[in-house]
Design a protein around this ligand. Structure first.
Ligand SMILES: Cc1cc2nc3c(=O)[nH]c(=O)nc-3n(C[C@H](O)[C@H](O)[C@H](O)COP(=O)(O)OP(=O)(O)OC[C@H]3O[C@@H](n4cnc5c(N)ncnc54)[C@H](O)[C@@H]3O)c2cc1C
Length: 388
């Protein structure tokens, strides 16, 4: 049965300290420069991978560390709490979960050890489409079986790290929606080698934050039939299966952001003197920071509960969703308190506050928007009518 510790183990503290040690070598200037160039954190990801952190969730029999989801979350949280951006790292951690849970033994042996070692990057996950958005079952990209291949046609939008990844996990429709009983049927998941395909155009999008995000155009892109993960037509269920892990890890990103903002805000408010005293003396300055701190603490508790249930193999949909929601809100409140107390300096690039502010905002919208989390809680936790 799941139990929820209120303190970290010595191993977990050491894990955080190890990640923080690496982060020291990648200070604000490093992330700022990448942000300006919209460049991928190549050196950071490589170092973290070599140190084994990005293979944390891959089981030992496939070459990974076999750690729990909380440990994975602590790694990401630490990166963001140190001022970095863990987005590329969380992708390498959780996307492989679909292969682990639903892939054949041959696929697992072929890919997981190399994903664990970092020899292969699986950081691209293609779901969102321009015409379907959050309504995933309406996606229009098709994969049609032709002999020993599938032929993929369609478009995706906002797909991150396609140019930095070796492999991509793709959700596409294999049976037209008018030929299935339930709209969730007939979607399939594929894992394919991005380096070997033709018929895929990748158009980078300049986003609010540095996220290596793209629009994709599939024009008769052929992939081998063995790219299919699990059974044809069951892909939607497979993707749903991975969502709790994703929510817990994304919540961890936000908790780290929240910690960073609170720490920055406290340091600055103690040191900045206006009207002859530190600005932190004013309740108008300290209360929003204190409030944000409490929200981050509460979000952490919910993340820990979700992680404890997940690691015990128990259902955790409500907790994982609530953790993602609460953490994203807490980080955003902390971001605003931090910008506010910094006055004009909150908008100056060299303080990193505006960069982190932009980065923290994403998690209120992606990978799932806050409205859909509330709709989930209303329907599945509270028993209210389905609203969409
Ligand atoms: C930087 C970035 C990186 C991303 N990376 C990836 C990626 O790697 N792979 C991938 O597949 N996707 C990715 N996404 C896409 C992301 O998951 C979607 O943007 C997100 O799920 C929302 O979908 P949408 O943009 O189509 O919004 P829409 O579905 O069009 O929704 C717009 C807004 O309408 C509201 N809304 C919609 N439906 C409802 C409802 N039923 N009830 C109440 N409110 C509702 C919400 O507030 C929502 O934010 C990324 C997005 C961004 C911005």
């Amino acid at each position: 049965m799941a139990s929820m510790p209120v303190t970290l183990t010595d191993e977990q503290r050491a894990l955080k300290a190890g990640v923080a040690e690496i982060c020291k070598r990648y200070p604000g200037e490093y992330w700022r420069q990448l942000d300006q160039e919209r460049a991928y954190p190549e050196a950071f990801v490589t170092e973290l991978t070599r140190a084994g952190y990005l293979g944390a969730l891959v089981p030992p029999e496939y070459g990974g560390a076999g750690l729990g989801i909380l440990d994975g979350g602590l790694i990401l949280e630490t990166i963001n709490a140190c001022g970095g951006n863990a987005a590329a790292c969380h992708a390498q951690m959780y996307i492989m979960g679909t292969v682990l849970r639903h892939g054949s033994e041959v696929q697992k042996r072929r890919y997981l050890p190399k994903i664990a070692s970092g020899e292969l990057r699986l950081q691209a996950f293609g779901v969102t489409e321009p015409n379907s958005g959050s309504d995933t079952t309406k996606l229009q990209t098709t994969a049609v079986r032709q002999g020993d291949r599938y032929v993929v046609n369609g478009q995706k939008i906002f797909i991150s790290r396609v140019l930095q990844s070796d492999l991509m996990l793709l959700l596409a429709r294999t049976t037209p929606v008018d030929q299935v009983t339930r709209k969730t049927d007939g979607l399939s998941v594929f894992l394919f080698d991005l380096r070997r395909v033709q018929g895929l155009e990748v158009r980078p999008l300049r986003m609010m934050m540095n996220h290596s995000t793209n629009a994709l155009f599939f024009d008769h892109m052929e992939i081998p039939a063995e790219s299919l993960i699990g059974e044809e037509g069951r892909g939607f269920a497979y993707i749903l299966d991975g969502m709790n892990a994703e929510r817990i890890l994304v919540a961890s990103d936000s908790i780290g952001d929240g910690r960073w903002f609170v720490e920055k805000a406290v340091a600055y408010s103690n040191q900045r003197v206006v009207f002859g005293r530190p600005i932190g003396t004013n309740q108008g300055v300290q209360f929003p920071i204190a409030k944000a701190h409490m929200a981050v603490e509460a979000a952490e508790l919910m993340r820990n509960k979700a992680a404890a249930l997940f690691d015990a193999g128990e259902p955790c949909g409500p907790e994982a969703n609530m953790a993602k929601y609460l953490a994203a809100e807490a980080a955003w409140d902390a971001a605003n308190a931090c910008v506010d107390c910094h006055g004009g300096y909150g908008f100056a690039e060299e303080y990193d506050v505006e960069r982190k502010f932009r980065e923290a905002r994403l998690y209120k919208t992606a990978p799932v928007n806050q409205n859909l989390v509330m709709a989930y809680v209303a329907e599945h936790v509270l028993g209210l009518p389905r609203s969409y």
